[in-house]
Design a protein around this ligand. Structure first.
Ligand SMILES: Cc1cc2nc3c(=O)[nH]c(=O)nc-3n(C[C@H](O)[C@H](O)[C@H](O)COP(=O)(O)OP(=O)(O)OC[C@H]3O[C@@H](n4cnc5c(N)ncnc54)[C@H](O)[C@@H]3O)c2cc1C
Length: 464
């Protein structure tokens, strides 16, 4: 019998327990899994919800789920298909200083994939478009794409105007923040953490181009989640078998190696495990590895990014919206707090059929988040509604739910991307039966979190 500790009961920890449990059963391996969570429930500080009418809504989740993704497959495995709603194919616009402009359709990470669409869009001058097209399809000559920044890559392949006007707002609305100075590998999840060769990126872009990519980020159909992230987590939890023990209100404060086992200090007791999975942030676990200069040096300057997500229920008939518009992305140069606005009612047919007008407003650029995070809900309400009035004169609202998600994503800067491979290999060598997963590794979004949980469980079960 092997004893496994999972430190942290966020989505990462609980999903890893689920995959371990299932794999152990199918391969007849004898294991016990303890999930040790310091709070009184899983992901207590993070997964917020609110009630409007009879329904419970998520106040954080903003992405849709692609039917080609691991996350989608996992939803099917959990029997959640009926909670996935196919999203309407709506367009996106950019709010610039000179008003709303259409974003060219068929974009990948801000790259226009269709020459005709780009030429038809009204966002740039003809001269700009020609120069972009010329640059875009003619040079891909970086030696190591994993260590160049997003901004440098795009500016070198297109031009700075195109970057500032289209690419930066799109990427900022998709990722948790302005990722201009982060590594390019971040925008290509499939190739992240690998050393990307010139030919690879060229192939990826060309494949996407010939496969008729319909969205700006992914190919395939987009779905949205009908229920909350919390109920997703509870669903995984209810599928955990009898090999999994969950312990709340138990904080791990140290790890030491003793007689071939790992001793975890929990409260004033020590408990011994054969394998340990650490799913907590590095700000928590660095303390436990004080002697390890390599680990400390790697993580010490890496910061987390906070977001503010505001859900707004608008008054009936107060919102005159073009039904084709799904999202308004704010140009950085507009200099407002909002990064993007989604018309949730447009995407979510059931909300629309109840005649509820719901908007999701995101504040993701860190300089703006920092200005708002300590303000009261009332102050934020005023700032946001004034800004919305600037694009929609008649804007009035019935309710606003404000969710400040502090330290949500890790800021994966160049140092992070440059050394993550090396650090991963080092950790595997130095701590042979400890796995580091979650927010300080790949869990920058839910898709990566599920992928990493599955890989970790598979590797660990093979060792037993
Ligand atoms: C509000 C919100 C919105 C999101 N929106 C999106 C989205 O739109 N798109 C997308 O792809 N992904 C989204 N995500 C997913 C997210 O980015 C990650 O996939 C996910 O949060 C990773 O969770 P985690 O388990 O790694 O970390 P965490 O949720 O931080 O879990 C860590 C857990 O460890 C516990 N802990 C900490 N220290 C200790 C200790 N010493 N001992 C014991 N326990 C400890 C904490 O209490 C916590 O429960 C969202 C997440 C949230 C919370």
């Amino acid at each position: 019998m092997k004893n496994i500790a999972i430190i942290g009961g966020g989505i990462s920890g609980v999903t890893t327990a689920y995959f371990l449990d299932r794999l152990a059963s199918s391969k007849s391996k004898k294991i016990n899994i303890d999930i040790i969570e310091k709070n009184s429930e899983f992901a207590k500080d993070k997964l917020n919800k609110f009630q409007y009418g009879q329904e419970i809504y998520d106040s954080g989740w903003h992405n849709s789920i692609n039917n080609n993704s691991v996350l989608f497959q996992f939803m099917l495995e959990l029997g959640l298909y009926r909670y996935l709603i196919k999203s309407k194919n709506t367009s996106k616009v950019i709010y610039t200083k000179s008003g709303l402009k259409n974003i060219p359709k068929k974009m990948l990470f801000g790259y226009p994939l269709d020459r005709n669409e780009l030429l038809a869009s009204d966002l740039l001058s003809f001269k700009d478009k020609i120069s972009i097209l010329f640059g875009l399809y003619n040079k891909f000559n970086f030696r190591n794409l994993s260590i160049i920044s997003v901004k440098d890559f795009f500016i070198n392949n297109t031009n700075s105007k195109f970057y500032n006007k289209i690419v930066e707002p799109i990427l900022t609305s998709h990722y948790g923040s302005d990722i201009s100075n982060q590594s390019l590998s971040l925008v290509i999840p499939q190739l992240a953490f690998a050393t990307i060769k010139n030919s690879d990126i060229k192939n990826v872009i060309e494949n996407m181009y010939s496969n008729n990519v319909v969205d700006n980020i992914t190919s395939g159909y987009e779905y949205i989640l009908k229920f909350t992230l919390r109920s997703f987590l509870e669903n995984i939890e209810s599928n955990l078998g009898n090999k999994v023990f969950t312990e709340f209100n138990n904080e791990v404060t140290n790890i030491e190696k003793e007689d071939g086992k790992y001793a975890l200090t929990i409260g004033n007791k020590k408990r011994y495990y054969d394998y340990v999975i650490i799913s907590v942030k590095h700000t928590e676990f660095l303390e436990w590895f004080k002697e390890d200069r390599k680990l400390i040096n790697y993580y010490k300057d890496l910061k987390f990014i906070s977001n503010i997500v505001i859900t707004i229920i608008c008054k009936k008939d107060s919102l005159m919206i073009n039904p084709e518009i799904g999202e308004i992305i704010f140009d950085k140069q507009v200099d407002s707090f909002i990064t993007n606005v989604e018309y949730v009612s447009n995407k979510w047919v059931e909300i629309k059929s109840k005649n509820i007008h719901m908007l999701r407003v995101y504040v993701k650029r860190q300089s703006k988040v920092n200005k708002l995070i300590n303000k009261s809900d009332k102050e934020i309400e005023n700032i946001i509604s004034n800004e919305l009035k600037s694009i929609h004169k008649n804007f009035t609202f019935e309710k606003m739910y404000i969710n400040k998600i502090e330290n949500n994503y890790m800021y994966a800067d160049i140092k992070y991307s440059k050394y993550i491979h090396e650090i991963g290999e080092y950790l595997a060598r130095a701590y042979d039966r400890i796995y580091f997963i979650g927010n300080s590794k790949k869990a920058i979004n839910l898709e990566n979190t599920i992928l990493e949980a599955r890989e970790t469980a598979k590797n660990l079960i093979e060792l037993i």
